[in-house]
Design a protein around this ligand. Structure first.
Ligand code: GAP
Length: 519
């Protein structure tokens, strides 16, 4: 990560702690690596993100229903899903620093820093030289040096993916040696052999499965597959239809860095869409578009999001892509869209002995449905909206002098607090009484905050830092004509509005419908 990007990222992490969005888990005991707690504003923002997702899936689609399955499942589930045998990451240790790495990440970072960066630099130079007439695609397809570099990237990735797919990790050992990859801590190339590491956490079960290992689910999707028949029999759905779920998942990530991007306990928002075999491509394309639209509706600029097709497919998929977001540390996976074939239902049918088929009344035949899945991490979503929203601009202080201000330009519909109610001065009881009266009236409609401490300028700054879209200020004029000042966060513009109108004005802007109507 470049120094400037590192600084921005560190500022966002500090902001989360300082304002009460995210804390390190068990911090008073020194913290637990890659586990985080959400504070008073974090939980509100996270709940709003979840609500936006849930409404967009369940409320907006007649043919999608929700469930909330348990975290613990009968252990055979994880045998059937392939997680016991194949949910592994390749790990490698540096013998000198004792630091552990994901071998595939080491190779990808090498490509990024040693080859891709050079391509990007040449592209930027050429763009400068040719000005408006520059055609990036043409340049990438014809420039000899760029083509050679791209060929080198393709060759490395092909070897790595082949190695991961076959499970023969010797070629990854060879790649690390050939590329002369060194440990960033010790600086040496003294590596152990690469080996597979299963990511599932396990514990001992009670009751019927007391002899068995119980796993903490590494994805919520299996709770949907094993309930396929239950939902089908109780919800009057016909194929195509979907089942949506939000819930915790657990993975013993080898390298847990980058704050809430890669956690050991996290939350997923997953939807499995059951379709006729052969129709998966059409629905895969449909959900790919729909999910991008969902992200863009939040106001995220289009150039901050991109699709990335998977080169190496998971054991269950026939098509897969990521929607990537440009975090302060670069483009990374935010969401996955996967065509999972009939792998999961067929495998559960085989392991459970229960028929998991659908009788299609139109075709008059039974079949195992195919599945298109959308899966977005709630915490990654949280980090993406915060990274996008965190901005520094200028605002006048009480003497009119411009000062730096930190502002979270969150979409109003997901902002933790929608409106702050501020009496101009604390000492004037008539003002504080009036402010309380307004607060007590509008708090039924949306999340509000009453604040009378410090100067009004300082209180505006604090609300900007929290991402509160509106502040209402109660002053002497309020007592005379029953109007208040309504201040908008981004423009900092203030207008005088009647007390009776204020609730409606704010409600219109912060309503989740504003988002849903764009989908
Ligand atoms: N059911 C499919 C599935 O679990 P995945 O690509 O492994 O697919 C889906 O995970 C999403 O879950 C990712 O796109 C990411 O947003 C989130 N996710 C995965 N591992 C995570 C972790 N360790 N910490 C935070 N989020 C994670």
């Amino acid at each position: 990560m470049a120094k400037q990007e590192q600084n921005v990222f560190q500022e966002i992490v500090s902001h989360c702690k300082k304002l009460g969005f995210v804390y390190q888990s068990s911090e008073i005991y020194g913290g637990l690596s890659a586990v985080y707690d959400y504070g008073p504003y974090g939980v509100l923002l996270k709940n709003n993100i979840k609500q936006y997702w849930w409404k967009s899936m369940v409320q907006m689609h007649e043919n999608i229903v929700g469930i909330d399955a348990a975290i613990f499942m009968e252990p055979t589930v994880w045998k059937a899903s392939g997680h016991v045998d194949a949910f592994n990451d390749p790990l490698v240790d540096n013998k000198d620093s004792k630091k552990r790495y994901r071998a595939d990440h080491l190779i990808e970072e090498y490509i990024e820093s040693k080859i891709q960066k050079k391509i990007d630099k040449d592209v930027a130079k050429a763009a400068k030289r040719f000005g408006d007439s520059f055609n990036k695609e043409e340049y990438l397809a014809t420039d000899k040096r760029t083509l050679d570099r791209q060929a080198k990237i393709d060759a490395i990735l092909s070897r790595m993916n082949n190695s991961l797919n076959t499970g023969d990790l010797k070629d990854i050992d060879a790649l690390i040696a050939e590329l002369e990859i060194a440990c960033s801590v010790s600086g040496t190339k003294n590596w152990t052999e690469v080996r597979q590491f299963n990511l599932m956490f396990s514990t001992q079960g009670g009751g019927a499965t007391s002899d068995d290992v119980l796993y903490l689910r590494p994805e919520t999707a299996q709770g949907i597959f094993v309930n396929f028949l239950n939902v089908l029999n109780t919800s009057r759905q016909k194929i195509p239809f979907g089942i949506a779920q939000i819930g915790k998942a657990f993975r013993n990530e080898i390298v847990a860095r980058q704050f809430i991007f890669r956690m050991r306990e996290f939350e997923q928002m997953e939807m499995q869409f059951f379709v006729r075999p052969g129709e998966q491509k059409q629905f895969y394309e449909q959900w790919k578009e729909a999910r991008m639209k969902w992200h863009l509706a939040l106001g995220t600029p289009a150039d901050k999001l991109r699709y990335h097709d998977h080169e190496a497919l998971a054991h269950y998929a026939d098509m897969a892509l990521d929607i990537e977001f440009e975090y302060p540390f670069g483009f990374r996976e935010l969401e996955g869209v996967h065509s999972r074939t009939d792998f999961d239902l067929s495998s559960h049918e085989e392991h459970s002995g229960k028929k998991l088929q659908y009788f299609d009344p139109e075709l008059k035949e039974s079949y195992t449905p195919y599945v298109v899945e959308t899966s977005v991490g709630c915490d990654r979503m949280f980090l993406s909206v915060l990274s996008q929203a965190y901005q520094i601009d200028e605002a006048p202080d009480s003497k009119g002098k411009m000062q730096q201000r930190v502002v979270l330009r969150l979409h109003p519909a997901i902002a933790p607090i929608k409106c702050a109610v501020l009496p101009l001065v604390k000492k004037d009881e008539a003002l504080t009484n009036k402010a309380r009266e307004i607060f007590n009236k509008i708090k039924y409609s949306f999340e509000c905050q009453y604040d009378e401490k410090d100067s009004v300028g300082k209180r505006y700054r604090r609300q900007d830092e929290l991402g509160t879209p509106y502040c209402i200020t109660i002053d002497d004029q309020t007592l005379e004509d029953n109007t208040v000042t309504l201040r908008e966060r981004d423009s900092m513009e203030q207008e005088r509005v009647a007390v009776e109108a204020v609730e409606r004005i704010v409600q219109q802007k912060v309503d989740m419908r504003v988002l849903l109507q764009q989908l």
